[in-house]
Design a protein around this ligand. Structure first.
Ligand code: PRT
Ligand code: MG
Length: 218
């Protein structure tokens, strides 16, 4: 494939897409037409860049297997996926939040039963975190609304994302510990980095310029 080959960028739909728009707009990488739920593959405003708008958790497999050359996805999804098949050249500093352990105030981690039940959408991250602490846990995989689990006795604690903290507060939960700071990252297919080197390095550097320009002055 030539250096000027077209490239495909996989975007995480939902919250990350909304925050990506501020980076995509100055690069001319917004979709040509308004996002339509039925259109999953669409040209961007830039020549030679097509967009895929897919579920966040689908971005790593699409990019790893070369269906997209690069993508935008949360660090939480990358950590859960084991992103070893991907380059991660740039922190886009959008969709910022934290991965935390949380639960009811009277059930601090030290007071939990010997093998506490942890509800989470992120079993690999939770297992690795408690493994590092030498703590035995039982993981209950959920697909959403983790905050409900401690309230109904399904779990002793949760591993979930927190941004403002208002969802935890609304449910009477508190944070026990932070596992990681999370933001969205640019990820790149390793083979495409060679076969489409010129185009991909061009776009990575353009993204880097926009992120740097958007950085708040300390
Ligand atoms: O559809 P699918 O299940 O594949 O994805 P999704 O529904 O999880 O996608 P979406 O659009 O919610 O985006 C999720 C991505 O956004 C995550 O992978 C993170 O990288 C990023 N992100 C940033 C967040 C948050 N901030 C966040 N606050 N994802 C989820 N939340 C949740 C949080 O867990 C809480 O339940 O939002 C709720 C509100 O948070 P507070 O603390 O502000 O109340
Ligand atoms: Mg969703």
């Amino acid at each position: 494939m030539s250096a000027s080959a077209g490239v495909t960028l996989a975007l995480s739909k939902g919250r990350i897409f909304e925050e990506s728009e501020a980076l995509l707009a100055p690069l001319g990488l917004l979709p040509q037409a308004d996002l339509d739920d039925r259109l999953l593959r669409l040209p961007s405003q830039a020549d030679g860049v097509d967009l895929l708008v897919i579920r966040p958790s689908d971005v790593p497999p699409y990019v790893e297997h070369g269906a997209a050359d690069f993508g935008i996805v949360g660090k939480d999804v990358l950590m859960e996926h084991d992103g070893t098949g991907l380059f991660e050249p740039l922190d886009l500093q959008i969709a910022q939040c934290r991965m935390v352990v949380a639960g009811l105030p009277d059930s601090g981690l030290d007071r939990l039963r010997r093998r506490p039940r942890i509800a989470t959408k992120y079993p690999a991250i939770a297992r690795a975190h408690f493994g590092r602490q030498g703590r035995q846990v039982e993981i209950i995989k959920l697909y959403g609304s983790m905050e409900l689990a401690p309230l109904v006795g399904l779990a002793d604690a949760i591993v979930d994302l927190v941004a403002t903290g208002s969802t935890l507060r609304a449910n009477g939960l508190i944070e026990f510990e932070t596992i990681a700071d999370i933001s969205s990252r640019l990820v790149v297919n390793k083979a495409a980095m060679k076969t489409k080197h010129a185009a991909l390095t061009h776009w990575i550097e353009r993204f880097r310029e926009v992120v740097t320009a958007e950085e708040p002055v300390a």
